[in-house]
Design a protein around this ligand. Structure first.
Ligand code: SF4
Length: 391
């Protein structure tokens, strides 16, 4: 493309004027965020990891609590796993929290308890990629290293009309080359944060507010009115659909059965009501059959009907459970590569079964002792809606 290296045509004076305009705007408009009160690399690190895939407004409360529970790298390195996951509960992408702890342990053993100060060393820490290393290095240690995420790629692609597909990892080097050229050598942290702020508040995905933009006079796509053509991004792969039957099982003592997931894999070690994977056909069959059923308006257990009896392969381990022959509803949840569909049933268990170590009976009052992922919270919401109606 003809303008692919437009940034190389900028003179030193032009570059300096651009940086000044941008940093002046940042100083005036910067968002007042709790991790910006000082240049502590630990605070910057935690905030940047939380901000991956999560909005600033959501992160703030999590951030305060995390810093209260784990105020130092040492505290994080020694954090009990369940407390760490509790601090992360609801944020999703739980491997981020686990990696934080591993990286904190690395810092304690390999870097004498101090956050390393070079990009190469920061990159050695578990869970830290080029973006986070650039953010920590530039903000805490003033290293002129770009921090390139989707927001920054959007701004830079518009600024220079870069048509490389931002979904392709190979395009990264083009954005890096542009950013190395334009980053302020003396205030790289402020420059990177100005990029982040501009991307989230002004150079937004669908309707950029170019009239308010401090770098408008340098922006090629503004000049050519091509803002909405950038960034170029190929479509993401659709997440794979996975189907489950979920069971909310209550015993005579108003306790609910919870099961802990395996220590490895998706939602590792977290607690859920029991779920069992079924085929799409089975899921759709149950969905239709149960929705059509006349009994569905009744929550009466006087003549309970056994879902399990009619579909013995479902919850075969729960043969003592009397299932209500209707669903409480459906829960869907999208992980980055999977979409879970859970058809949720309610059942009563007359006797108490022996617990195995991955199961627990818990009252509603003690749910807060367990770490629940989002799909579990959604199942619980369905239960609450139904039983609130009934009360
Ligand atoms: S002028 Fe518009 S398109 Fe260009 S960087 Fe500013 S907000 Fe984005």
């Amino acid at each position: 493309m003809k303008n692919e290296k437009y940034w190389e045509t900028w003179s030193d004076n032009e570059l300096q004027a651009f940086q000044e305009a941008f940093i002046t705007w940042y100083e005036k408009e910067k968002r007042n965020l709790p991790w910006r009160v000082n240049l502590d690399p630990y605070r910057i690190w935690i905030s940047e990891i939380m901000l991956q895939q999560t909005r600033v407004d959501t992160v703030i409360d999590y951030y305060y609590r995390f810093m209260e529970w784990f105020p130092t790298i040492k505290d994080l390195a020694e954090a009990p796993d369940d407390r760490l996951l509790k601090a992360w509960e609801g944020l999703g992408y739980y491997s981020r929290a686990r990696n934080l702890k591993v990286a904190a342990q690395q810092i304690m053993t390999e870097f004498d308890g101090q956050m390393p100060k070079t990009i190469e060393e920061i990159r050695q820490l578990k869970g830290i990629g080029p973006y986070t290393a650039g953010a920590i290095g530039s903000i805490a240690f003033q290293i002129p290293e770009p921090a390139i995420d989707g927001n920054v790629m959007r701004v830079v692609s518009r600024l220079f009309e870069i048509s490389d597909d931002i979904a392709k990892p190979s395009s990264r080097k083009v954005f890096e080359a542009a950013m190395y050229k334009i980053i302020d050598q003396y205030r790289p942290g402020d420059f990177n944060q100005a990029m982040m702020d501009l991307g989230s508040s002004i150079c937004t995905p669908t309707s950029p507010k170019c009239e308010e933009c401090p770098i408008q006079s340098y922006c090629l796509s503004y000049k050519n009115n091509t803002m909405t053509n950038f960034p170029v991004k190929s479509k993401k792969m659709k997440p794979k659909d996975v189907y489950y039957i979920g069971g909310i099982i209550e015993n005579n003592q108003q306790e609910f059965l919870l099961e802990q997931r395996d220590p490895k894999g998706l939602l590792a070690n977290m607690w859920l009501f029991p779920i069992a994977e079924v085929s799409k056909d089975r899921f759709e069959f149950l969905q239709k059959m149960l929705i059509k059923d006349d009994q569905q308006l009744s929550l009466d257990f006087e003549e309970p009907l056994l879902v399990a009896e009619e579909n013995p392969e479902i919850f075969e381990d729960y043969s003592q459970v009397v299932w209500q022959k209707r669903t409480l509803g459906e829960v869907t949840h999208i992980f980055s590569h999977l979409k879970w569909h859970i058809l949720v049933f309610y059942g009563r268990q007359t006797g108490l079964t022996a617990k195995n170590e991955n199961q627990a009976w818990a009252t509603k009052e003690t749910f807060s002792n367990y770490v629940f992922p989002k799909p579990q919270q959604k199942m619980l919401d369905l239960y609450k809606q139904e039983f609130r109606k009934k009360e």
